[in-house]
Design a protein around this ligand. Structure first.
Ligand SMILES: C[S@@+](CC[C@H](N)C(=O)[O-])C[C@H]1O[C@@H](n2cnc3c(N)ncnc32)[C@H](O)[C@@H]1O
Length: 224
């Protein structure tokens, strides 16, 4: 049985949807509506993730866990030449995303992972944080499987962020997952590509991992 089945994915995604139903009802399609503290914090995360992208050439992107689609105006404001497939398990989020940012031929949104075509890059901001009541081991296994999906969905590279275990203990919440950066760095290095960067220097209680892929970047198992 896969990690996703072990943690009863259907039940988890239903709880996730109820959680974001509340945040959206309170804050609408805004950073607080997807549980970020501010626009600045949301955009700081986008900036870190986009370090995996070569901005000098047109590119295609999968935004995995796209929420209400805030990455779209962020990319547009920077004058980047891109196409984007936004994926989210919450139809509620996607209703907002479609109403705000559907761009025929350039930006589309789906809740069906199987409908996604591999793109140049896959980015995931905030999909590993809220684990509600899933235990640590099941969540770690689920996160690694999701990283495999990001790998499959990207040709040139992918990037994701995660709350860090190096957070102030008194501020940590039971319903959030705080990952071990070295575990996820090692996994990406050994399973996805030899070119992996761990960014843990941008003043949020989290880290970002960038995985760059090319024909010569086969992963390197440790000590071999
Ligand atoms: C913290 S919000 C961030 C949204 C967006 N990435 C942003 O930064 O504005 C996380 C989003 O990921 C979605 N999500 C969580 N786990 C997911 C999964 N396994 N697959 C697809 N979407 C997921 C949630 O429904 C939610 O909309």
């Amino acid at each position: 049985m896969s990690a996703r089945e072990q943690m009863d994915r259907e039940r988890f995604f239903a709880s996730l949807d109820s959680y974001f139903e509340r945040t959206l009802a309170e804050h609408g399609a805004t950073p607080k509506g997807v549980d970020w503290n501010s626009t600045a914090a949301q955009q700081l995360r986008f900036g870190q993730l986009l370090r995996v992208v070569d901005p000098g050439a047109p590119f295609s992107l999968v935004d995995y866990g796209c929420g209400y689609g805030a990455l779209v105006p962020y990319l547009e404001q920077r004058g980047l030449d891109f196409t984007l497939q936004g994926f989210d398990v919450s139809e509620r989020m996607l209703d907002h995303a479609r109403a705000l940012y559907d761009r025929p031929g350039a930006v589309a949104f789906t809740s069906v992972e199987e409908d996604l075509a591999p793109a140049d890059y896959a980015l995931a901001s905030g999909v590993f944080n809220l684990r509600i009541d899933v235990d640590d081991d099941a969540w770690t296994a689920y996160a690694l499987e999701t990283i495999d999906s990001l790998d499959r969905l990207s040709r040139r590279g992918f990037a994701f962020n995660m709350l860090t275990m190096y957070s102030d203990r008194e501020r940590m919440r039971e319903d959030l997952y705080y990952g071990d950066p070295s575990l996820f760095f090692a996994y990406c290095k050994e399973h996805c590509s030899r070119n992996v960067a761990l960014l843990h220097d941008y003043d949020l209680y989290e880290f970002t991992i960038l995985v760059r892929k090319s024909e010569s970047s086969a992963p390197t198992p440790a000590g071999r």
